[in-house]
Design a protein around this ligand. Structure first.
Ligand code: PHE
Length: 468
């Protein structure tokens, strides 16, 4: 039974949706704190190299596979060969794991947004005179509150995905993404004009590779690689899924550049918003996952003050929330599309709403432990529960962006470079008259660069488990 597959309504709509998937908490929350913990400049350089030599190619590969097969993550691999099915499953599993902690973080953002809204009208009512670190600490240890906001975030995401690709997702992104960029620039202006902000700029841009010695080159590399996959929504079939809704007329090669470049610019903007403020307020760049929340809270309460500070805080978190939702949508979409495609190929019709609702509920449940361990500090569930090493968030993150995504990207590249051959990507890209201009570059990336870099990253990752 053939079912008409939805398509993006316009080129701009698709790009916005893809950029909307890519730009999210990975850029705004993940990038600054991972850069902070991995030596600033050294991390930035490795990150940019990875985007250039791995990110662009994996993006092109995923979009092309999706469009060629017209299938989501699992279906696309099955269409190539049944023996690759598990690569697709790895992607769907990553989607599940990522969304389950992503939604908790999205809930945090929602709670900050509401807190600033309350502060606008009754100063002190939300923060109660607490410093930003103290507020954050109290906040992550309130498991009930976190679960509630996690639940709300999942509901919003599910409702939008139920609307289908062009109805729900597209409209939403067209407004949210540009608005966020503008707001980030506003925060940057405040951040870089704080006294002492220069040290933060130097941390990001003054050449300094000390981190390779102190933290270890492989540790910086594997963190940057995981961050890159996460931030670009690559390695788990998300862009395969989005590509499957793409019209044959679209220029795949152009998109493979534009999406990563936009995403990287947003990450840089977020870094510029956070790092100068970290140094200006005498905080530690190595502050970890709380860095964004603690630092920007201080920017909005001390850098800017009073009503204006709360107003800007509210608008900022509102836009971050939108960015998080547009990414969460794509994560849920990978999971829903998998089930819908599976039903379609089995000749069954699917109810998108029911499927999405059930999946969202399961993901909500998987995310609950993340709300209960105080990000590793221990609350209802003891400190660093997983082997005494990881909190739930880290653990889910490690399995997905640390292992499944580099592995997925590596296997896809090997399949493209060596099994079906890069020519297949060229044919798909050129199907309606577009020209693939950098064929040699893509071929070298698929055949050599991506697989080799990914092997190094995966070995580094296994070391972290104490396996090597
Ligand atoms: N790229 C998103 C972000 O940076 C997260 C994401 C990962 C979305 C993987 C889809 C797939 O926040």
């Amino acid at each position: 039974m053939e079912q008409q597959r939805d398509q993006w309504k316009s080129k701009f709509g698709f790009l916005m949706a893809a950029v909307g998937s890519a730009v999210g908490l990975g850029n705004i929350w993940g990038f600054p704190y991972k850069m902070g913990m991995n030596g600033g400049f050294a991390f930035l350089v490795i990150y940019l190299l990875l985007v250039a030599f791995v990110g662009f190619a994996v993006m092109l590969g995923e979009l092309a596979l999706g469009r060629k097969t017209g299938q989501g993550a699992v279906g696309a691999y099955i269409a190539l060969s049944k023996k690759y099915t598990w690569i697709g499953y790895m992607g769907v599993a990553s989607g599940f794991l990522i969304l389950s902690f992503y939604s908790v973080l999205g809930g945090f953002v929602g709670k900050y947004m509401i807190s600033f809204l309350i502060e606008m009208f009754s100063p002190g009512a939300a923060f109660g005179g607490m410093g930003s670190g103290e507020f954050f600490g109290a906040f992550i240890n309130n498991a009930g509150g976190s679960i509630l906001f996690h639940f709300l975030f999942m509901i919003i995401t599910a409702v939008i995905v139920m609307g289908g690709v062009s109805g729900g997702i597209e409209k939403f992104n067209v407004v949210a993404m540009p608005a966020l960029a503008v707001m980030l620039v506003v925060v940057i202006i405040r951040s870089v004009t704080l006294p002492g902000a220069g040290a933060g700029l130097a941390f990001m841009f003054a050449p300094n590779f000390a981190a390779f010695k102190e933290i270890g080159f492989f540790n910086v590399l594997k963190t940057a690689a995981g961050q890159m996959f996460f931030s670009l929504s690559l390695g788990m079939g998300c862009m395969i899924t989005y590509g499957s809704y793409l019209s044959k007329k679209e220029d795949l090669e152009g998109s493979a550049f534009i999406i990563p470049i936009s995403d990287t610019l947003m990450a840089l903007l977020a870094g510029l918003a956070v790092m100068p403020a970290v140094f200006a307020f005498g905080m530690e760049p190595t502050g970890g996952p709380g860095l964004l929340f603690v630092t920007l809270h201080t920017v909005f309460t001390e850098g800017l003050t009073g009503f204006i500070g709360s107003l800007f805080g509210f608008i900022f978190y509102f836009l971050v929330l939108l960015a998080a939702i547009t990414s969460a949508i794509s994560l849920l979409e990978v999971c829903s599309t998998y089930i819908i495609d599976r039903n379609t190929s089995a000749g069954k019709s699917s109810n998108r709403k029911t499927i999405t609702g059930i999946l969202a509920f399961i993901i909500f449940l998987i995310g609950i432990p993340v709300c209960m361990d105080g990000l590793g500090g221990g609350n209802i569930i003891g400190a660093n529960f997983w082997f005494g090493k990881w909190c739930f968030l880290d653990f889910y993150d490690l399995i997905s962006e640390g292992i499944f995504m580099p592995l997925g990207a590596m296997l896809m590249s090997i399949i493209i470079g060596w099994v079906i051959k890069t020519k297949v990507i060229k044919d798909e890209a050129e199907i309606e008259g577009n020209k693939l201009k950098f064929y040699k570059f893509w071929e070298i990336c698929f055949k050599f660069v991506v697989p080799i870099v990914m092997v190094v990253v995966l070995i580094g990752q296994l070391q972290g488990f104490g396996i090597f």
